[in-house]
Design a protein around this ligand. Structure first.
Ligand code: NAD
Length: 260
């Protein structure tokens, strides 16, 4: 599969899954825009792509700010002539039992995951329609788009919400060639997960090894973490899939943790 000639913007691309999505799509020929809060880390990803012979730039973007999102998408279109792929990936995790969950944390998490997905979609889809060559919007869901876990009320709520957003975008975009899908990873060893292991151990009063074995990977077919490469390959596949045969779907990449 080639992504030659396509322009892809990935939010949260300075780290973890988003970074791997950017590197993978760049290897397949796409021009990348790295959109993140962390300018130094974004620039490092840009340099890695350029040194490997690819094309990339970065924009500072807090996905909860409508002005920053609009400016970042416009900068992408101005610099590279359009936008063909949006990967709405930026995300955080906060864990508490619901009776202790600070309301401010609930709102912060929903804003990054859901407002971020909405605002980037709204800004990008206008250009995809105007360009007349369609586009692919990919939301970073999770197994938690389909399953629940203790301590993760806003995260599970947000990840379920992305399925609804993707289905609406698939219906609205269908006649104009804009596809929308959700990629749903199981646990992947990124900074987001590394932070959760001690937090969950404390909240559940078990060891960190038990969090990995008996909470995170308990229901996989082989006790293995999903990798950033597994997720990035799936995103690249959706980015390059050219017809509406594959839209409004969620693809679960989780070592069999969730089978639907
Ligand atoms: P990560 O912490 O490695 O990377 C997240 C990136 O998002 C960081 O670069 C951070 O700066 C950026 N970010 C955070 N808030 C932002 C904001 N307001 N605006 C712009 N950028 C922002 O995390 P990750 O594990 O790579 O997670 C990426 C996505 O994958 C998230 O949506 C997460 O929910 C999802 N996910 C992760 C896992 C996993 O196990 N790691 C599993 C399923 C889904």
């Amino acid at each position: 599969m080639s992504l030659q000639g396509k322009v892809a913007l990935v939010t949260g691309a300075a780290s973890g899954i988003g970074k791997e999505c950017a590197l993978t799509m760049a290897r397949l020929g796409a021009t990348l825009v790295i959109a993140d809060l962390n300018p130094a880390a974004s620039e490092a990803v840009v340099q890695e792509i350029i040194q490997a012979g690819g094309k990339a730039s970065s924009v500072n973007m807090d996905v909860t700010s409508e002005d920053e999102v609009n400016a970042g998408i416009q900068a992408c279109v101005d610099k590279w002539g359009g936008i063909d792929v949006l990967v709405s990936n930026a995300g955080i995790q906060i864990v508490h039992p619901i009776e202790d969950f600070p309301f401010a944390d609930w709102k912060k998490l929903l804003a990054i995951h859901l407002d971020g997905a909405f605002l980037t979609t709204k800004a990008a889809i206008k250009h995809m329609y105007a360009q007349g060559r369609g586009g692919s919007i990919i939301y970073m869901g999770s197994v938690h788009s389909h399953e629940a876990s203790k301590l993760k009320a806003p995260y599970v709520t947000a990840k379920h919400g992305l399925l609804g957003l993707a289905r609406v975008v698939a219906k609205e975009g269908g006649t104009r060639g804009v596809r929308a899908n959700v990629v749903c990873p199981g646990f992947v060893r990124t900074p987001l997960v590394d932070k959760q292991i001690p937090e969950q151990a404390k909240a559940l009063n078990i060891s960190e090894a038990d969090v990995i074995k008996n909470v995170m990977l308990k229901d996989t077919v082989d006790g293995e973490f999903t990798t950033t490469a597994d997720v990035a390959n799936c995103v690249a596949f959706l980015a390059g899939f050219e017809t509406n045969a594959l839209t409004g779907q969620s693809i679960i990449v989780s070592h069999g943790w969730c089978m639907e």
